[in-house]
Write a protein that binds this ligand. Sequence first.
Ligand SMILES: Cc1cc2nc3c(=O)[nH]c(=O)nc-3n(C[C@H](O)[C@H](O)[C@H](O)COP(=O)(O)OP(=O)(O)OC[C@H]3O[C@@H](n4cnc5c(N)ncnc54)[C@H](O)[C@@H]3O)c2cc1C
Length: 391
Amino acid sequence: MKQKILISGASIAGPALAYWLHRHGFEVTVVEKADAVRSGGYPIDIRGTALDVVRRMGVLPQLRDAHVDSRKITFLGADGGPVTSIRPEALTGGVAGRDIEVRRQDLAYVLYDTVRNDVEFLFGDSIATLHDHDGGVDVTFDSGARRTFDLVVGADGIHSNTRGLAFGPEEDYHHYLGCSFAGFTMPNELGLSHEALFWNVPGRSAVLYGVADSDEVLAVMTFLQPEPPLDAFRDPGAQRDLVASVFAGDQWEIPRMIDAIRTADDLFFDVAGQIHMPQWSKGRVALVGDAAFAPSFFSGQGSSIALVGAYLLAGELATRPDHSSAFAAYDAAARKFVDENQAIAISGRAALLPPTAEDLALRNQALLGPSLPSGDEGLLVNSSLQLPEYP
Ligand SMILES: Cc1cc2nc3c(=O)[nH]c(=O)nc-3n(C[C@H](O)[C@H](O)[C@H](O)COP(=O)(O)OP(=O)(O)OC[C@H]3O[C@@H](n4cnc5c(N)ncnc54)[C@H](O)[C@@H]3O)c2cc1C
């Protein structure tokens, strides 16, 4: 009989895992809290090993069609005056023409499309309780439904519900990176297309991304804070007030951004943080993607390591005699790759959010200097892995 696997979360890791598990012959159910695959999020890169995963999934052509093709990042000083413009690859270590940059939502839709007719999706629901025993995992859902699965995988993001139920509270695994960010869309009054403007003062940054010829741009405002702003969680009004007060008095497009955040209906606010866990599985429950090893946006690797993790977890489950050895093999195969990519966030934060005037001057010097890396040698080079072949 086919093994039944429940996945929580239908963003990047969840549908990718569902695809590979289905292909390996498992019976898959995906539960997603939202009523549909969620939209939003700024452009993300698929590079290196993750590119191999999407190639093997057969979705490379669709992703190439959705390619954002950023051509320029212009760094700006406090008054909005340009410091310098660089090719995006000089920052990320990507290779123009080979790597893919897509809006997060486009990647999520493409992945969902690969499995929507093959596996069961339960939208608008969430796991309420998990009872792991010798014969399987008994699950109750918020809707009141009860079912039993052979295995459960949490792919439900950095604030994973599954991790909370099976492994304990988030504070045991969450490492705060000292800053918060707010992302939202706003009118493209500067006419940006295929480029980003990156404004910095010490401890604060504001970015406008024009991903294509569009009347909207993606805005992201990031700021250092010694302690996470716990009061602002779950309260969009408090989040808007916090951003407005932190950026009050700043120049350039900041006043317009503060106005826009007041009315944005797609505000995405969070602290920048990472998840570090000694083990990604416990009994019959495992984690993948941000739920297990969120690297933060400073690494530029969240979606890539989620895709690779999903491929490895499914492959090991398909080829090992039991779930315990499969979970151990998944950990062994992915751990070093994950650690190295999580570590990029530290240099990413230094490059994107210099804390002091001195650090900012040094960052700008590096951007202006003749030693600015090119090709595969960007400031934030991702680590790669040779993907195993699974039958
Ligand atoms: C709407 C949205 C916008 C994002 N924007 C950005 C961004 O701008 N920058 C950035 O760096 N990262 C962003 N991310 C995170 C980014 O997608 C991840 O870092 C990365 O792609 C890894 O994906 P993941 O599938 O592991 O986790 P995520 O993409 O976070 O997906 C988790 C999924 O689980 C679902 N979920 C959460 N709780 C439950 C529950 N209790 N039951 C069932 N499902 C649940 C969520 O709705 C979501 O669909 C965003 C994520 C989302 C969902």
